[in-house]
Design a protein around this ligand. Structure first.
Ligand code: PHE
Length: 351
């Protein structure tokens, strides 16, 4: 025990109280700084005799070392506490569920389009695509619509207030039937060559799915909707082939053989005779109801002529079905607008 013991003790207590590195450095200055208590002790040595100086100096150095040791210990403790706090603040809670990256999925109508393409593809049908902004000629005239046919009226068809380079009014196609004419004409040269070589004309067998537009909006009609056109033309293609192909398609689309088909006489300017195609399921919630799924018919000779083909030689059928309707039937959806609202609660059910 010597007179420096209380000083060492005070320093240790001060350092212990320092809660942050800055407090600790202030406390250090009080003992070891230029005007600190230890420094004062060392300055006082000058007045002593050499022997006393030696003994006193050793005591002061011992006290200084104890103070420095306490200082270092506290510095480490504070740094460690700081590290712990930082680790705690940045801690990962590994038990939290991860942030999920949503898995996307195809729109139900796209799923239907893909099914339609796959099924008709397997029956040898090509898949074609064409413009949604059409000319009057393709939408109506080429399809044997008289100039004053009501389908052309402003109430049904969206007209675009612009004419094309040849001065023809443009419209948003009200059906996919223009694709019959576009596709057939696009292949006309190939057909003519085959015929010139004395070969049979290669058959036209195509479907053309896509968006269509009409001035119409309620639970079962949307101003934008989908259609899928079908066309099969050859030298010997009959209504019987239409029944077989369309029946096959329906059974495969709905994955059931318990399905009946009915061709109900109807009228379209571009087919003669024409029929609506109705289906009825033999079981399930829709049992006993006839549901209209397509318009169809044998392609009118005037239209075959507009294909660039001789109607005396080429014959066949066309149909136009509603993929939106097929999607509603397949998944049991009762309001068409659900398809176009973009509500993820609805759409994610089809992932
Ligand atoms: N284009 C007709 C419609 O939109 C459907 C149809 C296509 C009918 C082909 C006959 C042949 O209603």
């Amino acid at each position: 025990m010597n007179d420096l013991a209380p000083l060492v003790h005070d320093a240790q207590a001060d350092f212990e109280r320092a809660a942050a590195p800055a407090d600790l450095e202030n406390a250090k200055a009080r003992y070891l700084g230029k005007a600190g208590l230890i420094t004062e002790q060392l300055k006082a040595l000058g007045a002593l005799t050499p022997d006393d100086k030696k003994a006193r100096g050793a005591l002061i150095n011992a006290a200084k070392q104890q103070i420095e040791a306490a200082l270092n210990a506290r510095r480490e403790a504070l740094a460690h506490a700081d590290l712990l706090a930082q680790l705690k603040a940045e801690a990962l809670d590994v038990s939290l569920p991860g942030r999920q990256r949503g898995t996307g999925g195809l729109h139900p109508v796209s799923l239907t389009m893909e099914r339609i393409e796959a099924i008709f593809g397997s029956m040898g049908f090509d898949v074609a695509d064409g413009p949604e902004i059409e000319t009057d000629w393709y939408s109506f005239t080429a399809l044997n619509n008289p100039e004053n046919h009501p389908a052309r009226s402003m109430q049904d068809t969206f007209y675009v207030d612009v004419k094309d380079a040849e001065g023809r009014w443009l419209n948003l196609r009200p059906h996919t039937s223009p694709m019959q004419v576009r596709y057939a004409r696009a292949h006309a040269a190939k057909h003519a060559e085959a015929v010139a070589r004395g070969q049979a004309m290669p058959e036209i067998r195509v479907i053309a799915p896509g968006r269509t537009y009409r001035v119409d909006s309620d639970a079962t009609h949307s101003p934008m909707f989908h259609q899928c056109e079908g066309l099969w033309i050859g030298e010997n293609v009959s209504f019987k082939d239409l029944k077989v192909v369309f029946g096959d398609f329906c059974r495969r689309f709905f994955e059931t053989d318990e399905l009946e088909l009915r061709f109900r006489p109807s009228f379209f300017p571009f087919t003669e005779p024409s029929a609506e195609v109705d289906i009825a399921f033999a079981s399930g919630p829709l049992k006993g109801h006839w549901l209209e799924v397509a318009g169809s018919g044998q392609v009118h000779p005037n239209v075959v002529r507009n294909f660039g083909l001789d109607p005396e030689r080429y014959i066949g059928f066309a149909f136009g079905m509603g993929p939106d309707r097929l999607t509603m039937l397949r998944y049991g959806v009762n309001d068409l607008r659900l398809f176009f609202d973009g509500d993820l609660r609805f759409l994610s059910q089809f992932r």
